[in-house]
Ligand binder design. Structure first.
Ligand code: TYM
Length: 332
């Protein structure tokens, strides 16, 4: 059976981008067609300035939202990364497989480290080594497919390279995974700055729709989205990124094709109104279910505990095999 692994990082509240690019697919098709693991990757949240209490809170919230989005622990494994030691154990081996040059080439490292330096902040070493940990997350489970948004494909490509290199040097140990992306909305853009990705860790929030935003807030953010000069509703990501983004979001909500949808609209206002309503309706059941689940943290904790036990059992043999293959003496 196909093995799927993917994760979300608790560095901020989950956004419409996380939902359309990743979580919706995990809950929709992935968990039904494969043996799937979905992980709140909390170790990754420590790679930038963080507040410990907030990371804890956001980790529980992210896990609750995954369940609220319809991920069913009876069908797949839901857990928190730091509950399973195998991730950190294998991460070191991946650091010994990757090169300094490879990690420095990662776009996210370049962008985030430049931003931190410009703000006069120090850059944590873990920001550079992050993709080695991400490779460990994926490879520990013999993963075939990694459903992610566009911004993560470079990290999955690196994971493939590391798996191939390790297997060639030390003998076949890892399955070589591949990224899968959604047909539309693989990169949802910020509503105020449609040339940048909608990202949960951004400081300015007017362009970001959060999954737990009230309907009125969602409407306001979408109605105020930056569009482009001109009046024609056309799907042109280069020339009209704001309008193209709204068309992508609407198409993702309604199952249509953004180019075809463009022909239906005669004004930006009408497009915004329909997009706002479509997003409100898409998120309504998730918000409602989240409120129910948040009232029962004991249930979420139990799901995470069972998930971690299952995940540990799956990862252990692969990580042990990697330790042996690379030359570490087995204990006892
Ligand atoms: P993270 O937490 O930034 O995002 C979680 C998922 O949401 C997708 N995504 C988007 N998709 C479309 N449009 C957007 N604006 C948008 N923003 C985010 C991401 O592509 C991702 O699929 N490094 C990962 C977490 C991770 C991981 C892993 C993923 C750690 N280990 C192993 C897969 C497998 C990250 O920071 O995702």
């Amino acid at each position: 059976m196909t093995r799927i692994f993917s994760g979300v990082k608790p560095t901020g509240h989950l956004t419409l981008g996380n939902y359309l690019g990743a979580v919706r697919r995990w809950a929709g098709t992935d968990q039904h067609r494969a043996d799937a693991l979905f992980c709140v990757v909390d170790l990754h949240a420590l790679t930038v300035e963080h507040d410990p209490a907030r990371v804890r809170r956001l980790s529980r919230q992210a896990a609750t939202l995954l369940l609220a989005a319809g991920i069913d622990p009876a069908l797949c494994t839901v857990f928190v990364q730091s509950h399973v030691d195998e991730h950190a154990r294998l991460s070191y081996v991946m650091e010994c497989t990757a090169t300094d040059g490879e990690l420095r080439r990662m776009i996210q490292y370049k962008e985030k480290s430049a931003r931190a330096r410009a703000a006069g902040e120090s850059v944590r070493l873990s920001l550079l080594t992050y993709p080695a940990l991400m490779a460990a997350d994926i490879l520990a489970y013999g993963t075939d497919e990694v459903p992610v948004g566009d911004d993560q494909t470079q990290h999955v490509e690196l994971t493939r390279d590391l798996a191939v290199r390790f297997n060639q040097r030390y003998g076949h140990t890892f399955v070589v995974p591949k990224a899968t992306r959604p047909e539309v909305a693989a990169r949802v853009m910020d509503l105020q700055e449609p040339t940048s990705k909608m990202g949960k860790s951004h400081a300015a929030t007017a362009g970001i729709v959060y999954l737990l935003d009230e309907p009125e807030v969602v409407r306001k953010k979408i109605m105020r989205a930056v569009t482009d000069s001109g009046r024609e509703v056309e799907y042109d990501r280069e020339e009209k990124p704001g309008v193209a983004n709204l068309l992508d979001v609407l198409a993702a909500c309604e199952g249509g094709n953004p180019e075809e949808l463009a022909g239906v609209y005669e004004s930006y206002g009408a497009l915004k109104k329909d997009t706002a309503e479509a997003v409100v309706e898409l998120l309504r059941p998730v918000r409602e279910r989240h409120a129910e689940l948040a009232a029962d943290p004991g249930y979420v904790d139990q799901v995470l505990k069972e998930g971690a036990e299952r995940a540990r059992g799956m990862a252990r043999p692969t990580v042990d095999a990697a330790y042996r293959a690379i030359g570490l003496l087995p204990a006892g």
